[in-house]
Design a protein around this ligand. Structure first.
Ligand SMILES: Nc1ncnc2c1ncn2[C@@H]1O[C@H](COP(=O)(O)OP(=O)(O)O)[C@@H](O)[C@H]1O
Ligand SMILES: [Mg+2]
Length: 282
């Protein structure tokens, strides 16, 4: 797949009751892009991912995927629907809304089954996915009985088992312990090395810095604030602070204080009030 695969042109989405979910967003996403979708709560990240996944249709503007204008009618076409579903996979922010099978193994097998793969290939995909995500011991469990983090791993696995060209991940590190979040970073990096396209919504700037090359930032007004390479966006601390993406950390504040103290000894001016508003990117 070459060139632009998702093209949003002045896309808006309005929920019932006239609540705006996204306003006038124009962005092209190219094959192989790794995009972090950043923004405060309620800025439209989930809405945008659902549009990219063909679950919602823009209420204004146009969304093109794989060169085709996406509409309910277009996705009702069986062969296009299959092409779209083979190429695009979304993990929901709300995992309970995603998991519905009686066992974890069935959950992982669902997508491959829908693709019409044979039983042996389905089994191989389920086992490989379980192995990579470290959930082999959960295969016979009922998804609803799992912890939040375990459910998250199963939800990510259900997309991984489809092996789509485009991964849409909605806050995938929510509920994950730090070690599992690190394994997810490794998994995403390996997906990128395989040429997959990635759009990942997250509140975690450090995670975004590891997995993405471009940052797409939505503002509280649900409009596009900036879409640029991560270095450019990360350097704009005023914007990130204004958008509310920088968390003041006592550990970083302490580091900064000692750095400023030694700078003062060397005769430089330095003052730290609430700690630095500095994202740590790798
Ligand atoms: N089902 C819904 N009905 C009405 N409004 C909604 C619904 N889902 C989301 N919204 C509203 O749309 C806006 C964007 O929400 P969302 O896309 O979930 O943001 P984010 O994922 O960035 O937190 C918010 O103002 C939210 O309240
Ligand atoms: Mg969301």
């Amino acid at each position: 797949m070459e060139g632009v695969i998702f093209d949003l042109r002045h896309v808006s989405y309005c929920y019932e009751g006239g609540i705006s979910g996204l306003t006038d967003v124009t962005v092209p996403i190219a094959a192989g892009d790794a995009v972090a979708l950043l923004g405060p709560n309620g800025s439209g990240k989930t809405t945008l991912l659902k549009i990219l996944d063909g679950l919602y249709y823009p209420t204004a503007g146009e969304f093109y995927a794989f060169g085709e204008l996406i509409s309910e009618r277009r996705l009702a076409d069986r062969s296009f629907n299959k092409l779209f579903r083979t190429n695009v996979g979304l993990t929901f922010q709300d995992v309970d809304a995603q998991l519905f099978s009686p066992t974890v193994a069935d959950e992982l097998a669902f997508g491959p089954r829908q693709l019409g793969l044979d039983a042996e290939e389905i089994r191989a995909r389920v086992n490989k996915t379980a192995d990579i995500l470290g959930i082999t011991a959960l295969l016979n469990r009922y998804p609803y009985s799992l912890s939040g983090g375990e459910k998250r791993k199963v939800a990510i696995g259900s997309v991984f088992a489809i092996d789509p060209a485009v991964y849409l991940l909605d806050e995938p590190t929510a509920n994950l312990d730090p070690k599992t979040a690190d394994r997810l970073i490794d998994l995403i990096i390996s997906l990128r090395e395989d040429g997959k396209t990635l759009v990942v919504a997250t509140q975690d700037l450090d995670f975004a810095g590891y997995v993405a090359e471009k940052f797409l930032v939505l503002g509280q007004d649900k409009r596009l604030a900036v879409f640029a390479d991560k270095g450019t966006v990360a350097a704009d601390t005023a914007l990130l602070d204004e958008i509310g993406l920088i968390r003041r950390s006592p550990w970083r504040a302490a580091q900064e204080r000692s750095r400023c103290a030694s700078a003062k000894v060397e005769g430089e001016k330095g003052s730290v009030r609430n700690g630095p508003a500095v994202p740590l990117l790798p």
